[in-house]
Design a protein around this ligand. Structure first.
Ligand code: 5GP
Length: 183
């Protein structure tokens, strides 16, 4: 779905389709190098990371296991609730495995710090994080994303897996949602 089909729903494009793809390719090259000769399992966080998992994993030049978790930290609005719940757990046992969490966005970091701790407590050998986007608030929490696509301003964005009330996930770019739609 492109801008012309969206009316005035998108205030502006923050990261274009081309920028996303180029950056994911760069991050995949880095991951290829960092995990050379090592085990690797990607854990995608549903539903926001679907696009990033699909594109990033295809840029990797190696075998990789892929699994998914669904957690909830946001309700139907645009504010973080701070409550993390597992809606769908992993199918795999990650005891002794090297895990790379693939996330759409790091905002307050609540979700990722909780998830990292949770996976480590299951005996993972290592847990690292790849996030497509990072907002400024992420600097105030203790979550280190080893692989970051883009640093963006603190605005509510949609597209490339990110939704507003389950819409806009299928945009190939990331944009700021027009305020009139939620304020
Ligand atoms: P955190 O726990 O880091 O505050 O939030 C992480 C989750 O909140 C993300 O996985 C995402 O689902 C949601 N989130 C945070 N910021 C945004 C945003 O700008 N747009 C959308 N659509 N979701 C967001």
């Amino acid at each position: 779905m492109d801008l012309s089909a969206l009316g005035n729903d998108i205030e502006r494009v923050v990261v274009s389709e081309e920028q996303i793809q180029n950056r994911l390719k760069e991050l995949a090259a880095q991951v290829n190098k960092d995990y050379e000769g090592r085990d690797l399992i990607l854990v995608g966080v549903l539903k926001g990371a679907i696009m990033a998992m699909a594109d990033f994993s295809r840029h990797l030049q190696r075998h990789v296991d892929m699994d998914w978790m669904a957690v909830s930290s946001y309700g139907a609005g645009t504010k973080s609730s701070g409550v993390v719940r597992i809606l769908k757990d992993l199918d795999s046992d990650i005891l002794g495995r090297e895990v790379l969490i693939v996330e759409d966005i790091l905002d307050t970091g609540l979700t990722l710090s909780w998830l990292t701790e949770n996976l480590l407590s299951r005996g993972a050998k290592s847990v690292s994080v790849l996030t497509v986007l990072r907002k400024p608030d992420a600097a105030t929490v203790k979550v280190e994303a080893k692989y970051v696509g883009f640093d963006i301003p603190s605005e509510f964005v949609v597209g490339y897996g990110l939704d507003f009330n389950q819409k806009y996930r299928n945009l190939p770019f990331i944009g700021v949602l027009a305020k009139h739609l939620y304020s």
